[in-house]
Ligand binder design. Sequence first.
Ligand SMILES: [Zn+2]
Length: 325
Amino acid sequence: MRASSLAFGAVLAVSLLCDDATAAKRAQPRTPAPTIVVTADTRLLVVAPHPDDETLGAGGLMQRVREAGGRVHVVYLTDGDGYPEGVQFEGHVESPTANDYRGYGRRRRAEARAALNALKLGRYSYTFLGFPDGGLCRLTRQYWSEHRGAYRSPYTRLDRPPKGEVVVPNSEYRGEDLTQELARIIGDYQPTIVLVPRREDQHADHCAAWYFVADALHDVKRVHPDFTTDLLNYIIHWNSWPFEDEEDRHLPTPPGLRGGASGWIEFRLTPAEQRAKRDALRRYVTQEHVMSWFLDGFARANEVFSRPRPPQTVLPARRNLCCDQ
Ligand SMILES: [Zn+2]
């Protein structure tokens, strides 16, 4: 029988390959793990589709920027007011009215202010844009321009941001208006880091947030050709991640999702940063009532980020980019 010598040959070949691979590995200079550079000059812009996303995704990173002497600005695209289960629970009503939804949005805005306060960010600022919760993906295509009426929220019955939340005069619930508002904020604030959800995020508002920011950055570049920024992604909704092992203090990277152009960035939090992040999340009382397990899933020892490839401008979209997710 030649089987044993064949097997030996195979083992030898494999071990030679392994030796070659090990030698090649040793010869190669180690690629440093991707990181985020934070200094006193850092101007971080966090784009949150809903109140709580900023703390879930970047409660630690925001504190680190403060610690370095940098600045933080959070822009909330919606007030998180299109959440029937939450409104029903808080109002003890089966069929909430438009006023119930608007009141819920005001409450979530107040919680966001309390959460940012709990993070003790020093010099920070925020903007609530008041766009429609659950409706952002529709603005990427069907409700892009004034060729048709503005989108009307089925919850609040509003078709434009509340007066106090308008950045560009006469903005309504149209995609090009949201792009313009974001471009105005980015152009004025000149962030050195822009943090926005990944396009693969399975919540349609989060996915749409990516496309609006990409579109706004393109507009900013037209007006400020020298503008550059470190574009970073975070992710909140990805199958059942990160809840498989709630005992694990380490936040794993989302399974089956690549780390973008940079590879995953695992951003470790100090014990004090973890405590403040947990404390800030507790300020989201309405969300703690209905999904504390979800919030707890992100109160871990690290946060995960990635860098995308340079964004292509695709708005207005020719097909559904996010709505079917
Ligand atoms: Zn969200």
